[in-house]
Design a protein around this ligand. Structure first.
Ligand code: ADP
Ligand code: MG
Length: 800
């Protein structure tokens, strides 16, 4: 497209210049149209180079008038385009043509002329129309061309602008570079100036240098010359020096030789002088010696004579002296031996002197002692006499006392025997009292306020009467300003310790060893202290509860009964009753057993045999022989319960915990046999949930608890009535009562703890618990049969 547009204009211009009929003939259809365009293009340029051709075309139209002017026939023009062409002059000539007639009235001619004229006008109009169409077409084409060229122009302008921008950028860059270059140039110029300066300076210095160099070279030449001469001089001097050195060394040699000679000469002179002086000295001394020797000689001669005489005398003397010396020697030896003996004696004497001093001192002290002793002796003798007398007295007294002691001992033995008998009697009486008290007794225990408890006026809500009759047995509770009084076999106040509580039940525990069936229940709302009473506080050995204390006592008693021939075997089992289902707390394989339990309803089934023994199928029963083992089992059970607690929505307070200790004793000497059972039961919380609040599992749970607790009370009440031979006992109404059946009736012993919380918010529940306990308490005590049996036992007492 772009190339076509670019190429078109030159082609057009070419065709315009080349326009000729011959060349046009050779062109194809496209060229023909192009030719038309050329003509119109040419038409616009009226009165230019194509005038000749236009005239030719008009002559064809004008026909007759212009024939002389045309050289080409009209058919030529027609064959060219099929239309006749007009020029402005032709048209104007045509329009301004005047009809000239030879005969004004020759209408025919006029008509023909008019017709002809009209024809030509038509032709002219037709041509004009065509021309107009061509113009319009041409106009259109030109407009398109204009648009195209405008587009091109716009593009070109865009390109131009881009170019301009680019160029501007380039210019900016170039300017920048120009500026930097100018800067550089300036710098360079300054550098150049500096360099020129330095160059000039250098040139100057160089000139100076050159000058100085020249002068120096002159100097150098002179110096070199001088050097050469000097060198020559040096060489000659060196030669001289060598010669002189040689001469010098030879002189030195000579000198040393001469020196040596001088030294030697000096030495010989010295020696000679020394010898001379020595000789002179010798001479003088020799002279002196000679004189003295001569004098000596004379004296010697005289003394020799005298000495001869003396010698004779001395020989005599020596002989006598020798004799004397011998004597003296003998004396000396003798005296030496004497001296030795004497020194030994002296030493002995010295020792003796010391010991004699000691002895004297001792002697003095001993004499003193002797004196005092003799005094004492005298006194002692006196005393002895006196004491002899008193000894006799005391002897008699002692014998008397001995008798007395023997008598007392006999008394004591008697008393001890009586005491043992009395203790036995007391036990029997205690047992009897327990029996008299009833087989079901009730203890009430109020726990202290705990730091977590809501504080209030609870201290005033529960009070304990202090009358002698009710002391330790009565309890008063206030509700809504109304006082409710209860009395039980024993009321434990908050400050009474676990030990205090245990003391009260230890006899009951003892009964289990004696072969009784014993049940101890803890009844009360959750949080009232049931578990505390039964088990104690975990991790606090001082606060341990009835179960560990009972076991300790049983094991202690078992040990002491060993000497009497009693051998005991003990078995422990622990279970939990939750929603009327039994859970084995000692099972090591709980999940599996639970699964089996689910598919086999016979597991943990309670069975009583004819001899009154209870058996729970598949329940873990562990033989124990020490408290350690039992405490281990209790821990295991507590753990098992606490696991259940988290898994089963606090089941521990919603389930009954039953600890069972089976005791079987055998006395091999007497062949006596006992079978006791101790059941310690931590009951489920007795609180009633509000009816609206309990739904689903909670409701079921509560119903199960209520059912089992009410069936327990039913059993107790029925038992009381049964004592009066009235009723059937509904043991089978709950798992708990059925399990404990043998331990609840007959000659079994039952104790119920009713635990009370001192919180104000628990008053309602506490009152319920106390009412229940009071009913249990009342149902046994004061029955006529008991009273009669008490009388009989009283008579037994007075008899025993
Ligand atoms: P229950 O078993 O009846 O739900 P707990 O035995 O668990 O109640 O006792 C609730 C709380 O009260 C425990 O923290 C326990 O240690 C405490 N408690 C109960 N009785 C006493 C008591 N006599 N002396 C001190 N604290 C006690
Ligand atoms: Mg509890």
């Amino acid at each position: 497209m772009a190339s076509n547009n670019q190429n078109k204009p030159p082609v057009l211009s070419n065709n315009i210049t080349k326009a000729s009929p011959s060349s046009n003939k050779k062109l194809g259809v496209d060229e023909v149209t192009c030719d038309k365009e050329q003509k119109f293009g040419a038409e616009k340029m009226v009165g230019t180079a194509n005038n000749a051709r236009i005239r030719q075309a008009f002559s064809v139209v004008n026909g007759i008038q212009d024939l002389g002017l045309s050289s080409n026939p009209a058919s030529n023009a027609g064959s060219e385009c099929g239309t006749i062409e007009f020029t402005r002059e032709d048209v104007e000539a045509l329009l301004s043509e005047k009809m000239r007639y030879k005969n004004k009235f020759n209408y025919k001619e006029r008509c023909e002329n008019m017709m002809d004229y009209i024809k030509r006008l038509r032709l002219c109009i037709k041509w004009f129309q065509e021309l107009e169409g061509d113009y319009a077409f041409e106009h259109e084409r030109l407009r398109n061309a204009l648009e195209l060229s405008e587009q091109k122009c716009a593009e070109m302008e865009l390109a131009l602008r881009n170019k301009e921008e680019e160029l501007n950028l380039i210019i900016v860059e170039l300017r920048k570079s120009f500026a930097s270059l100018q800067e550089k140039l300036a710098k360079e110029e300054s550098d150049k100036l500096a360099a020129l300066d330095s160059l000039a300076r250098e040139k100057e210095t160089r000139l100076n240098m050159e000058r100085s160099h020249a002068s120096l070279s002159e100097d150098l030449g002179k110096a070199q010359e001088e050097l050469q001469s000097a060198n020559q001089r040096i060489a000659s001097i060196n030669d001289m020096y060598k010669l002189l050195q040689e001469y010098n060394s030879s002189l030195q040699h000579y000198n040393t030789k001469l020196q040596k000679d001088i030294d030697a000469a000096h030495e010989s002179i010295k020696r000679g002088e020394k010898e001379k002086s020595a000789i002179v000295e010798n001479l003088s001394t020799l002279r002196g010696q000679y004189k003295s020797l001569q004098e000596q000689l004379s004296t010697y001669k005289a003394s020799q004579d005298e000495a001869m005489r003396q010698k004779d005398a001395l020989v005599h003397e020596v002989a006598s002296m020798r004799v004397e010396l011998q004597q003296v020697r003998d004396d000396r030896d003798h005296q030496l031996s004497q001296v030795q003996a004497l020194t030994a004696e002296v030493i002995k004497h010295k020792e003796l002197a010391v010991s004699s001093e000691d002895l004297e001192a001792r002697c003095a002290s001993q004499s003193n002692q002797i004196r005092s002793l003799s005094d004492q002796l005298a006194a002692a003798e006196e005393k002895l006499e006196v004491s002899d007398l008193s000894a006799l007295e005391t002897k008699t007294e002692f014998e008397g006392q001995k008798k007395l002691i023997n008598e007392l001992r006999n008394h004591l033995e008697d008393a001890e025997y009586k005491l043992i008998e009395g203790e036995k009697l007391r036990k029997r009486l205690h047992n009897t009292i327990l029996e008299l008290k009833g087989n079901i007794r009730v203890f009430c225990r109020v726990r202290p306020l705990l730091p977590d408890d809501s504080s209030g006026s609870e201290g005033k809500l529960i009070s304990y009467p202090t009358t002698t009759e009710a002391l330790g047995r009565g309890i008063d509770i206030m509700q809504n300003g109304q006082k409710h009084s209860f009395s039980f076999d024993r009321v434990f106040m908050p400050d009474e310790s676990q030990e205090d509580v245990f003391v009260e039940i230890s006899q009951l525990v003892q009964s289990a060893l004696d072969g009784y069936k014993v049940c101890i229940f803890a009844y009360g709302q959750t949080g009232s202290g049931k578990t505390y009473t039964m088990m104690g506080k975990p991790g606090h050995p001082d606060l341990k509860g009835l179960i560990p204390r009972s076991l300790e006592q049983i094991f202690q008693t078992r040990q002491s009964l060993l000497s009497q021939g009693w051998k005991y075997e003990m078995q422990v089992s622990m279970l939990e009753i939750y929603n009327e289902t039994i859970r084995d707390l000692l099972s090591t394989n709980r999940d599996a057993s639970r699964l089996e339990n689910a598919c086999n309803g016979k597991q943990y089934a309670i069975k009583h045999d004819a001899s009154g023994n209870t058996h729970v199928t598949d329940l873990t029963v562990v033989d124990v022989c020490s408290t350690k083992e039992v405490s281990y089992l209790l821990d295991r059970a507590a753990h098992s319960r606490s696991v259940g607690k988290t898994q089963m929505n606090e089941q521990s307070s919603r389930s009954h915990f039953v600890f069972t200790l089976r005791i079987s004793g055998l006395n091999e000497s007497t062949e006596q046999q006992v079978q006791g059972i101790l059941n310690l039961i931590d009951l489920a919380g007795s609180e009633r949930l509000s009816k609206s609040g309990s739904t689903g599992d909670r409701l079921k749970e509560t119903q199960a608890i209520n059912k089992s607790l009410s069936s327990l009370s039913d059993v107790i009440f029925a038992l009381a009535k049964k004592e009066k031979k009235e009723d059937h006992v509904p043991f089978r109404n709950s798992k708990l009562t059925y399990l404990l059946q043998p331990c609840l009736g007959g000659d079994s012993k039952t104790l119920m703890f009713v635990n009370i919380s001192p919180e104000a918010s628990s008053v309602g529940e506490s009152l319920c618990s106390l009412r229940f306990a009071a009913r249990v308490n009342a149902c046994e005590i004061g029955t006529p049969r008991r009273q009669t049996s008490m009388r009989s036992s009283e008579s037994r007492l007075s008899l025993g």
